[in-house]
Design a protein around this ligand. Structure first.
Ligand SMILES: Nc1ncnc2c1ncn2[C@@H]1O[C@H](COP(=O)(O)OP(=O)(O)OP(=O)(O)O)[C@@H](O)[C@H]1O
Length: 270
């Protein structure tokens, strides 16, 4: 479905320093797969997602969706951002319908599709509100509804639940799983949370820092559907095992970048 081959991208900072954000990243995401991407801060997760979305150019390598090379944004891919990226002056209905309007869908159909998705994300009755009148969790529900209006085959999510409180995050995780279980699509979901990566994903792509590479792909063989009992999933032994393993790997990666913090069992004070 999504094929990424040998992707490299560097930035030049304002002080003229070169930062290798991604180097030789290769990754395949299957049709209707839910792939989570986890890695230390600054390892290039957002850059990778934005490249797949066609929002940033890259230096080397190829990205294809269903065999078609990515050359820019397209209706087959929708993005949900961490900071919601809603239009502050537009109502919930207009925000959700925005992508449809851009695609020339008529007013009546726009409103109907937007209303139906607003209901799907549990915001019925909020159609006329402005984003500023909603909580962070509600704003992100609007972001998800907006992304789904165009019926994308690929949903790209950049730490979408990073800015909401823990309880809202759990509810949004359950809702996203329920939506994905019903309307299957390919999801690439970036997170800082090991727990979230395991709860949601079919596989976790673990990235290492500077330059960002795929360090390992960790399969998550927890049963599905998971939406009705995310709490139960989180209490299972396999869940605990995978999250512990991910933490081991991430801790090693952090230690590589901070030799002073490396784990040296022989030097533990008595
Ligand atoms: N526009 C830019 N100009 C210069 N450097 C950039 C730019 N965008 C990203 N970088 C650098 O590229 C590297 C990767 O950034 P990116 O945002 O993709 O990482 P990330 O893994 O998503 O980080 P985080 O987990 O903290 O959100 C970082 O070192 C970052 O500072």
């Amino acid at each position: 479905m999504i094929t990424i081959q040998g992707l490299s991208k560097s930035f030049t900072t304002r002080s003229g320093e070169r930062v290798d954000a991604l180097r030789d990243v290769s990754l395949d995401v299957g049709e209707n797969e839910f792939l989570t991407v986890l890695g230390p801060s600054g390892c290039g997760k957002t850059t990778l997602l934005r490249a797949v979305a066609g929002l940033v150019p890259w230096d080397g390598g190829d990205i294809a969706v269903d065999g078609s090379p990515v050359r820019g944004p397209g209706p087959d891919r929708a993005v949900v951002f961490q900071n919601f990226a809603l239009l502050p002056w537009a109502t919930v209905l207009d925000n959700v319908a925005f992508g449809l309007r851009m695609r020339g869908v008529g007013r009546a159909e726009r409103a109907e599709r937007a209303r139906s998705l607003i209901a799907t994300v549990g915001l019925e009755g909020c159609e006329a509100k402005l984003p500023g009148e909603l909580s962070g969790g509600m704003q992100q529900r609007v972001g998800i509804a907006r992304a789904l209006t165009v019926r994308p085959r690929v949903l790209l999510m950049d730490e979408p639940f990073g800015a909401v409180d823990e309880q809202t995050r759990r509810l949004l995780q359950e809702e996203l799983l329920a939506i994905w279980e019903e309307h299957r699509m390919t999801v690439v979901f970036i997170t800082h949370s090991m727990e979230e990566a395991v709860l949601l994903g079919d596989r976790v792509a673990l990235m290492s820092a500077r330059p960002g590479r795929i360090a390992e792909i960790v399969p998550v063989r927890l049963p599905r559907p998971r939406s009705r009992d995310v709490g139960g999933v989180a209490r299972s032994g396999e869940y605990a095992e995978i999250t512990a393993y991910l933490w081991e790997r991430l801790r090693d990666m952090h230690a590589e970048h901070r030799p002073d913090r490396a784990h040296r069992p022989d030097e533990v004070a008595s």
